[in-house]
Write a protein that binds this ligand. Structure first.
Ligand code: FMN
Length: 444
């Protein structure tokens, strides 16, 4: 079972940062990030994962903004920069950063992640997103966020170029031989010379081939286009589905797309987003859950719901049934659709819907004792709802510490989770092979 730490130092629950256990002054705090990375590595987690965006939300609503939620992101480190620092204080754990294909350039992204892979000794991963926050467009000389179709078309070409650039050099290209005076072998370089619909990139990349060949690629879109992109280009998918049945359907759907691209089912790992409240007892987990809920005002809750479903919910009566938005609303995201589906299936009111998703910015909710949590994780894993979990554990960092103390040993006893890191690279630990260079055969 793969375990990933969804490592937003401000937490994932909207009310979390106000809890007495939360660390003080979480904004852009390197010391906290280092502590969190060390905690996750001591717990043998496969990787740290940093979601990201390129803009600040809610500035137009000063009251909400003052009570900032983690998704507003007013003060977060640029993730590759942060992971480069964390690479120096960790040895085993994978380091995965989100970077957008909509507002970045393939050469720059290939270079950044090749560098992180070398700096970390083969532990880098790139979470490829097409950007969820439309306002980010205004920070990149655009007047509006491009439609989903255009973003995904660009993303597909972007990913192909990045992979091609990582293959610029054969693994043995840089002999750096002082005696002969030969720094590199000019026969072992390939200039990409890509000319496509969105990009023209000559190459080669000004970095040796990454330690892992290609850093691990994550992707996180759940629309038809998002799923197809994952099947074609990703090694791991960060998936969020509200029920085990929906998660199994998505799992089967994604794996069934792979043969079309000549891929085997085990070449794509699916991590289900989950927020875990674990206590010494079920009652302790319930109490923490309730304490966090009490820290969120209806205004903040409604705003959060609006962002998650892509439709402004202010003005709807809190205790009326959740409106049937899917019919009237053209563009809910994959996540938004899942939320609306659960609200409809369970007949939730607007208030119940936002309360339901409050702890679920990072995915499905698991709450209870260590045994109960391990039972749920085992069921999801064994019945092919996922290959592992992208875990947020409120409150940061005590929630993760508790999870590692209580749940990890239970998973180990059941033979579901490692007792020591197996490999040297993130790919090794995830059980993913090192990709061959598409332009050069391996050195003899
Ligand atoms: C689980 C999950 C995590 C995501 N994380 C991010 C993120 O960190 N930053 C971002 O800009 N977009 C993120 N996205 C947005 C996607 O990249 C994509 O733009 C959005 O989901 C719309 O595509 P879809 O309809 O295919 O889901 C995430 C999406 C999902 C489903």
């Amino acid at each position: 079972m793969i375990l990933a730490a969804n490592a937003n130092a401000q937490g994932s629950h909207v009310g979390e940062w106000r809890h007495p256990d939360a660390w003080d002054r979480p904004a852009s705090n390197l010391e906290n990030a280092v502590r969190l990375a060390r905690i996750a590595e001591a717990g043998l987690f496969d990787l740290l994962f940093l979601a990201d965006g390129n803009g600040v939300r809610n500035l137009d609503k000063p009251d909400l903004f003052a009570a900032t939620s983690p998704s507003d992101r007013p003060a977060v480190f640029e993730p590759v920069t942060l992971l480069s620092a964390l690479a120096m204080v960790t040895r085993h754990i994978g380091l995965v950063a989100t970077t957008t294909t909509t507002y970045d350039e393939p050469y720059a992204v290939a270079r950044r992640f090749a560098s992180l892979d070398h700096i970390s000794g083969g532990r880098a991963g790139w979470n490829l997103v097409t950007t969820s926050n439309p306002g980010d467009a205004l920070n990149f000389s655009k007047e509006a966020h491009a439609p989903r179709e255009d973003r995904y078309a660009r993303a597909g070409e972007f990913a192909d170029i990045v992979k091609g650039l990582w293959d610029s050099w054969a693994d043995d290209a840089f002999s750096q031989d002082k005696a002969s005076g030969r720094f590199l072998d000019p026969a072992r370089v390939h200039a990409l010379n890509h000319k496509g619909e969105h990009f023209s990139v000559a190459g080669p990349l000004n970095a040796p081939r990454p330690v892992q060949g290609h850093p691990v690629i994550f992707s996180a879109g759940q629309s038809e286009m998002g799923k197809e992109l994952s099947a074609r280009t990703a090694d791991c998918v960060f998936a969020i589905e509200g029920t085990i049945e929906r998660a199994r359907t998505l799992y089967a759907d994604l794996k069934a797309r792979l043969p079309r691209y000549g891929r085997r089912p085990e070449s794509l790992k699916i991590l289900s987003g989950v927020t875990i409240f674990v206590g010494e007892t079920e009652a302790e987990a319930d109490a923490l859950f309730q304490a966090l809920e009490d820290l969120v005002s209806p205004a903040v809750g409604l705003d959060y719901l609006s962002k998650m479903i892509g439709h402004r919910m202010t003005g709807y009566a809190l205790d009326e049934p959740m409106p049937d938005l899917e019919a009237e609303h053209v563009g809910p995201t994959g996540i938004g659709k899942a939320i609306l589906g659960v609200a409809r299936a369970e007949g939730l009111t607007v208030r119940q819907t936002y309360k339901r998703i409050l702890p679920q910015m990072a995915g499905n909710l698991f709450k209870g004792s260590a045994r109960q949590i391990a039972d749920l994780m085992e069921e999801w894993y064994r019945t092919e709802a996922c290959d592992g979990f992208m875990i947020a554990a409120p409150v940061v960092p005590t929630g993760l510490e508790r999870l590692i103390r209580l749940v990890v040993p239970e998973l180990q006893r059941r033979g579901l989770f490692r007792t020591a890191y197996e490999g040297r690279t993130l790919r090794d630990n995830l059980g993913l092979p090192r990709p061959a260079n598409r332009f050069f055969s391996e050195p003899a």
